[in-house]
Design a binder for this molecule. Structure first.
Ligand code: PLP
Length: 356
């Protein structure tokens, strides 16, 4: 079946142009820092983000965890927003790989402001962990692809400086934030001590992430990449895909954002569904299903029968993500299917206006 796969922007497959770039890539042993294509990618990403240096990594999880490890020592503490990827979806990495605890704070739609973090840095005392890093996520995956307000991040940056904390950005989808806000990548990057970015999400490369920061920071982070098993050899074929993605797939993300609006509209117009984070700003739509109407597994199966794949998480929560491998026509078709499938379940049932 020709699936309309809206489960994630990680499902994209390399395009013919990307495969050609991979085939043509010059390679070398990257652990010896001899892969010219990886070096070219690292320089390109560092320059795009306004940073001194970058290191290519197999995954966004690894680059985030390398950053935490480089910024901290065992028994330190990091502060992050409670629904962020680093805390929830990186398999307990901060505890396992860095021996640090996470102090999670509830933000507003994934956004932490200074009033949330004020007073959260622990004073020197042998009983306390040492607070070392503030991490934020932009765009915020679990909060509907929310773009962090630039001015808020500026205030947080000032606060981290005042409190002697490192400021890390999980920028897996910073590309989307830049396209949606019109704020260039280097302006976002300039706010942080370290930024991780992903090539295998909206950009459509098959593998890869980069961690960026100062020369010294990246030099130290490279050691942790090796320690975590992420030292790759002739991985220039992967870096070539990432370079191709940056050159060809970055500006087009505006289409993904427009397509997300098509899907979001269908969700809003469908009784029995409710958007979880109503301001859809980029390519992610989380929505809730009225469990009096249908249980999520049934709904997923009904979508699948119509050729549409949607991600589920939690009891009545679903997520659709637009990306390079779904066209506007496919998203419009999926939007029609959503209405059709859900109305099949709602037929004759009482629908609550608010989905619990
Ligand atoms: C916000 C965010 N950060 C980090 C990651 C981790 O990326 P990876 O799957 O490459 O480990 C993801 C993955 O979806 C993500 O959504």
């Amino acid at each position: 079946m020709d699936w309309i796969d809206l489960r994630s922007d990680t499902v994209t497959r390399p395009t013919p142009g990307m495969r050609a770039a991979m085939l043509a890539a010059e390679v070398g042993d990257d652990v010896f820092q001899e892969d010219p294509t990886i070096k070219a990618l690292e320089e390109k990403v560092a320059s795009l983000l306004g940073k001194e240096a970058a290191v290519f990594c197999p995954s966004g999880t690894m680059s985030n965890q390398m950053s935490i490890r480089t910024h901290t020592q065992s028994a330190d503490e990091i502060i992050c927003e409670e629904s962020c990827h680093i805390f929830n979806w990186e398999a307990g990495g901060p505890a396992a790989l860095s021996g640090v605890s996470c102090r999670t704070l509830r933000g507003q739609d994934g956004v932490l402001e200074v009033h949330h973090v004020e007073g959260m840095v622990r004073p020197p005392n042998d009983h306390y962990p040492r607070t070392r890093v503030l991490c934020v996520e932009n765009t915020h995956n679990r909060c509907g692809g929310k773009v962090q307000p630039f001015e808020t991040l500026k205030s947080l940056r000032d606060w981290t400086k005042k409190n002697n904390l490192a400021f890390h950005l999980d920028g897996a989808r910073l590309w989307n934030a830049s396209i949606a806000s019109g704020i260039p990548l280097d302006q976002w990057g300039g706010l942080f001590d370290s930024v991780s970015v992903c090539f295998s999400k909206g950009l459509g490369a098959p593998v890869g992430s980069a961690l960026t920061g100062s020369k010294d920071f990246i030099h130290r982070a490279r050691r942790f990449r090796k320690l975590f098993g992420g030292g790759m050899r002739q991985a220039g074929i992967l870096a070539a895909a990432a370079i191709y993605a940056l050159d060809n797939h970055f500006q087009r993300m505006v289409e993904d954002h427009e397509n997300a609006q098509i899907f979001a509209r269908a969700v809003r117009e469908t009784p029995g569904l409710e958007i979880d984070h109503p301001t859809v700003e980029t390519n992610i739509i989380w929505f809730r299903v009225d469990s009096a109407v249908v249980q999520v597994p049934q709904m997923v199966a009904a979508f699948k029968a119509e050729g549409v794949l949607i991600h589920t998480s939690g009891l009545n929560l679903m997520r659709a993500v637009t990306h390079l491998d779904v066209s506007k026509a496919q998203v419009a078709k999926a939007a029609g299917i959503v209405k059709k499938v859900v109305s099949g379940f709602t037929h004759g049932k009482k629908i609550s206006s608010k989905v619990g």
